[in-house]
Every structure is written in structure tokens, then in C-alpha cells.
Design a protein around this ligand. Sequence first.
Ligand SMILES: NC(=O)c1ccc[n+]([C@@H]2O[C@H](COP(=O)([O-])OP(=O)(O)OC[C@H]3O[C@@H](n4cnc5c(N)ncnc54)[C@H](OP(=O)(O)O)[C@@H]3O)[C@@H](O)[C@H]2O)c1
Length: 341
Amino acid sequence: MKATIHTQYGSPRVLRVEDVARPTLAEDQILVEVHASAVTQGDRRLRSADFPGIAAVVGRLMFGLLRPRNPTPGTTFAGRVVEVGESVTRFRVGDRIFGGCDTGAQAEYLALSEDAAIARIPEGVHYDEAAAIPYGAHTALQFMRDIASVQPGDRVLILGASGGVGRFAVQIARHLGAKVTGVCSGAKAQMVRELGAHEVIDYTQEDWTKNGKAYDVVFDTVSGTGYGAARRSLSENGCYASLYMTPQIAFQMLRSALFGGPRAATGVVMPKQKLTDDVAALLAEGAIWPVIGARFPLEQVADAHAALEDRETRGAVVVMVAASAEIDADPFADTALWAAQ
Ligand SMILES: NC(=O)c1ccc[n+]([C@@H]2O[C@H](COP(=O)([O-])OP(=O)(O)OC[C@H]3O[C@@H](n4cnc5c(N)ncnc54)[C@H](OP(=O)(O)O)[C@@H]3O)[C@@H](O)[C@H]2O)c1
């Protein structure tokens, strides 16, 4: 099969596509013919060994000290089950599934335990759309619902509302009944409004910290150092939740637990089957939807990784792995980046 390979950490140019052996199946595993895989900031971190804050040392120990332990990137996918192990009961050959995995999705085939963070793709959702869901939706759902405990009527501010996680945080906070303010660059404000934000603040024009105690939740996808600024803008029982596990956050978590005031929170999302089932249910009821910014064929996987990094793309970057009959006539027709190749 064709698979993306990198044998060293580095820029997108360390990626190449090679012929490798198809994975063999254990009895509790399924073999997935991958149709699409989104490129995420998580993929970028694993490819370049850019592990932030507290994870700097642990990341290398887990993923490879000097070079990547797993040479094929890709942590989200959508595809079709083409083979099942003897003891598999949850899936059948032909099932259309999507989800998250530790690595390996930017290849033609992927072997996974049937208990992995995977679910059936709801009716009417294409493979490229499904692949663009798990990373952002898993993270946003866990942070909005479980960590920040967003309640109906809460005023939620999302820093980085135009990003991979932020786009889903806007939709999920709105679905939970919150009044949502998204913070992003002016160029992406319209997209964030269309995703459901009641209000959008362009961070290049306006300072959201000057609005008084205007929020119950500040969800920070941009840094792990914003607690001090957020504290002035949060209600007494409010929550500052950050995607970054920094020493500052750890300190503020301890401080707010001991002395009260708005609490600080962080976490690492390790998706499980239940979380993917919940995401699939949100997708099926139309509560969340992906924005796709660019699609690339597998052969151009390095360009796809580069597109994620240039920050011009509005929406997810998706690698199209297998030719899918379900994709409309020309899957790349509406993709400016593709047209520019
Ligand atoms: N803890 C976890 O389990 C977990 C899970 C997933 C991701 N992460 C981490 O979370 C981080 C964010 O991931 P992501 O995929 O959402 O990244 P992303 O797609 O790069 O989005 C970041 C967004 O931040 C916006 N931004 C930049 N400067 C800003 C500012 N000053 N104020 C407000 N917004 C600003 C950018 O908006 P514009 O483009 O509009 O400027 C961009 O859309 C990454 O570091 C990732 O590794 C952690």
C-alpha cells in the first residue's frame, strides 16, 4: 500500500509517500481502507517534535527520542471497513467509519482495535467531511461539556475561534445553550459568525480583556498564559480553560483551588469510543459541521502539511487517500489552494 513516511522530525519536507506492507490484523482488529485524513496541529507537533510546555520531554520519550517511533503520520480518518478480525462484533465489512487514532492514518490502510475511538459515519456525510471532524470535535466537546461544564445561558469567549478546535468549540458551546463570542482575525470573522458565534472580536482591532467581567468561560486555544488577563474578564465562578498544559496553568489551577475565584483548567484529550459516539450523534443531528479549507491527494501530503502551517487556509486541510465514489464530481473544484497548485 501507499503510505506517508517520515524517518526524521522536521518541516513538512521530511514527508514522502512510499510503498510499504499492508498492516496485518489481530483478531480484535478491523482493517480500514482510508479515504480521507485531516492534517491537524497534533500531526504537526508529532512530525516536528514540537511538544509544548510540560510535554517537551515526555513527548520525545513517548513518540521517539531522536526520530519518530511511528513513521506514518495521521491521527484522524474516515474510511471503509474492508476486513474484520475473528473476534470483532462491533463492525462489519462495508461499514463507513470515522474517528481518531494514535498515528498511521495518512496511508491507504489502517488497522485498529474495534474498541478504538471510532464510530459509523452518519448518513449523508462524505468521507472528507467526516475526516475533518474528530480532532476538533473530540477536543471541543471534552473541553466545553466536561472540563468547562458550559451551561445554558453561560457567556463563553473562545480565543482562536477560527482554528481547528475553535471552530467546533463555537458550534458546541452554542449547542449547549451558551452565548458565544469568538475571537479571531478579521479575515476569518465571517466564517466564525456562520458557525454560530453571536459576536466576533477581531483581535487585531479590539482588546477583549477591556470588556469588564463579561464572560463565564474563557476557552483559550492560543496560549497557556492567559489566566491573568482572563481573570479580569471572568465572573466569580467562571472558568479559564486552556488547551496548553503549561506550568502557569498548573500553578493557577492550584491557586484557584486553594483561594477561590475563577478556576483554571486544562487537560489532554485522549479520545475514547464514547466520545466519538457523542461526536457522531452531534454530527447526525446537525449540531456540528466541518469547514474544509483545502484538499490534497496523498501524493501531495507534504503540501497539505505546509498548508496547515501557512495559516491562510480557512478550515480543515484534508488529505484524500483513496479515490472515493462518494465525492461529488470534482472534489477539488471549490478549493482555491488546490487550484493554485
Ligand atoms: N490539550 C489537548 O488535548 C489539545 C487537543 C487539540 C489541540 N491542542 C493544541 O491546541 C492548540 C490549538 O490547536 P488548533 O488546531 O485549534 O490550532 P489552529 O488551527 O492553528 O488555530 C489557532 C487559532 O488561533 C487564532 N489566533 C492566533 N492568535 C490569536 C490571538 N491573539 N487571539 C485570538 N486568536 C488567535 C488563529 O486565528 P487566525 O488564523 O484567525 O489569526 C488560529 O485560527 C495547538 O497548539 C494544539 O497542539 C491541544
